[in-house]
Design a protein around this ligand. Sequence first.
Ligand code: FAD
Length: 369
Amino acid sequence: MKTADVIVIGGGIAGASAAAEIAADGARVLLLEMESQPGYHTTGRSAAMYEPSEGVAIVRALTRASFPFFATPPDGFTDVPLLSPRGVLMFAYDGQEMLAADAKRNGFAEVDASFARAKLPLLKLDGTIAILWDGDAQDVDVDALHGGRLRALRRMKGELVVDAPVHAGKRVGGTWRLDAGSEGCEAPTVVLAAGAWSDRVAASCGIVPVGLQPKRRSAAVISGPVGAAVGDWPEISPVDVSFYCKPMGGKLMLSPADEEPVEPHDAWADDLRLAEAAAGLEQLVDMQVQRLERTWGGLRTFAPDGLPVVGFDPDAHGFFWLAGQGGYGIQTSPALSRLAAALVAGRDVPADLTRDGIAPEPLSPSRFR
Ligand SMILES: Cc1cc2nc3c(=O)[nH]c(=O)nc-3n(C[C@H](O)[C@H](O)[C@H](O)COP(=O)(O)OP(=O)(O)OC[C@H]3O[C@@H](n4cnc5c(N)ncnc54)[C@H](O)[C@@H]3O)c2cc1C
């Protein structure tokens, strides 16, 4: 039987970040991951963007509050920058005036065709009624971010156990006892960061689910046009985000931005939706998509109101939720993990988060009970 002060379930970006922040408070932390490779599910399948203009107000606040960590991570966290410049161009067409106005309210600036063509010379701009630019959007080095969190946890004597799926749990006396594969473990506090599986894991511990819905999103790697320096292209999408495309590893990542409700599983791509995205891209950029070189799917998981679920369960003492990050779990992870660590330790919410308008109540699982 392994013992700890806090057990974190799930070794994606949410669990790894929270485990490291909680360990930094001096707690003995045990991080349980069901796969042999932490980051195997959604964390390893994202578009790796930091987009401060994306999402509803509290998501934007969490993203902004995460910027200082990305810009200046703690000493020794990583040898490479966590952020690098990217930018997002969006294109509005007839009937999309409201979407364009929303984007401008959230931080996009309207630019002209010559600005857009300077960023991406092969753009076909016929029919656009507005071109919008978010120059604050950046690429995130997710491997460096996730790896840095796991190293920080180890440095603080925290332990990561892989191949440790939590099947069941119950509270005995003042302690949670979890059955995790061949491991039995116990701690007074459990943090649930199991991504798409969070509701199922909660139920296996006798806790009422909050109603999380995983939604599959497909993605593919394609080659850019011969001779084009695609590495410098911005992310591009129509303002209704019916698809998006951005540079990735010297090639391009293309996604139909699909949101198919599914059960938790090892997700794969919807090739039909990817073909539609390829057709959309060919209408926006003077290029032919010859083939999808690699495809994948990932699960973005949403609470009924679309906001993250962060806080102690009101009906299960010592059981803390950190789930429902939807499409923003990478870019909000620094702020969400600091908020989680403060609440787990019973500390006040850090002052910089409060200043940004981040309060625990709108994120608490109590809102679903
Ligand atoms: C195509 C795509 C593009 C995206 N782009 C962006 C983006 O640009 N920017 C952004 O911020 N976000 C983006 N996201 C969203 C982001 O990737 C997620 O919000 C984030 O990765 C969620 O992290 P997580 O740790 O909650 O989930 P996961 O990474 O899925 O981690 C959960 C972990 O829990 C483990 N687990 C599950 N059940 C158990 C159990 N019973 N016992 C032990 N372990 C268990 C799983 O194995 C998994 O490792 C994107 C997502 C997709 C799919």
